[in-house]
Write a protein that binds this ligand. Sequence first.
Ligand code: NAG
Ligand code: NAG
Length: 399
Amino acid sequence: MHLTPRRVIAWGALVLLAFVAAWLALGRRSSPLRLTSSAATRREVPARSAAGSVGLPAGPSLSLQELAGERVIYSYAGLRPPGSLLSAIRAGEAGGVIFFGPNISSASQIRAVIGQLQRAALAGPLHAKLLLMTDQEGGEVRRLPGAPTLSEKQIGASTHGTTLARSAGTGAGRNLASVGINVNLAPVLDVYRQAGNFIDQFERSYSSNPASVAVLGGRFISSQQRTGVAATAKHFPGLGAATDGQNTDLEPVALRLSLKTLRSVDEAPYRAAVAAGVKLVMTSWAVYPALDPHRPAGLSPIVIQRELRRRLGFRGVTITDGIEAGAVTPVGSLGRRSVLAAAAGADLILCAATNPAENSPSIGFSVLHAITSALSNHQLNKSAAEQAADRILALRAQT
Ligand SMILES: *[C@@H]1O[C@H](CO)[C@@H](O)[C@H](O)[C@H]1NC(C)=O
Ligand SMILES: CC(=O)N[C@H]1CO[C@H](CO)[C@@H](O)[C@@H]1O
């Protein structure tokens, strides 16, 4: 072939093209290698903590024991957390701890306990902070001295209610944050019916008017959450109709309200709470025959999944009331109650005794073991448990 200058240029261009094509092909071949090496890196860095902080599916990397442990909120008696609780936390088998008044002797004492608990959690396989919670509602129901001093009822009765609800939320949040508590089991959104009834007797309800409860509860939630402390709207779908003798801590309670009343009165404040971005909702242990005649709200998929999640659009973390409550003892053992609660859609199981002096990590261990075996024998749905763990880890990463 006679090489004219034009042919030289054409061949040169062809050779160059061949080189570019080969280089691209090699590049493409090497990209799966790059993916593999980044996957390997991800396995070395604990997958769960990465998942928790960015909200990616955390599930597949958690063991069954860890998936179960995420759901457990432990309690203990006395001023010092027992060694067995610290070991469970270090093993990644705890979602959090609830504190009661008798466990708190001073701000510095509880701050030191919290430091110890969080160091154990951060040293564990999930490297995620615990959810540390208490009831700092206001008025008589406060586990720490200080804000909020006004009861919900006093706030509801004031002409400056919205301002007071905002400062109660800010005060509660700053007070709890100052000792390291990152979840408040407040505000109460129950709409009371009769003066002196179950929820009104300690002034825990803002009002008998659902619209007022919605506005005041919403203000409390957004102000408190701005301080970095998560709020818990309770007790869904509402305990405002319980008489003074109807105490779910002590015995089964049925609230025979019509579906219309439940939705227009009792559930109404939860729309405002969801709009305010409330991070947790606590279910009640009462039975609401209009919603589910057979099961208490906290064990009912109809109440948790249909009413709260689908109808009201709640996407946060659900938590039971105390698993030792008299209202649910007829259901069966601690283990059976907690598996039913988890199956119904309760993300967190509050493992506390009705008498705080009887609080013990052993309540949490029973729940941990029951949920672990229910997961391993497929009595509980593993992918639903992974979704619950994702919600809990996302909350743990935010607090
Ligand atoms: C298990 O849970 C997942 C996620 O919530 C759901 O999509 C699936 O239908 C459930 N499976 C069974 C058998 O209930
Ligand atoms: C020293 C102290 O106040 N201990 C209390 C801690 O909490 C339990 C109840 O959970 C009380 O029984 C203790 O007296």
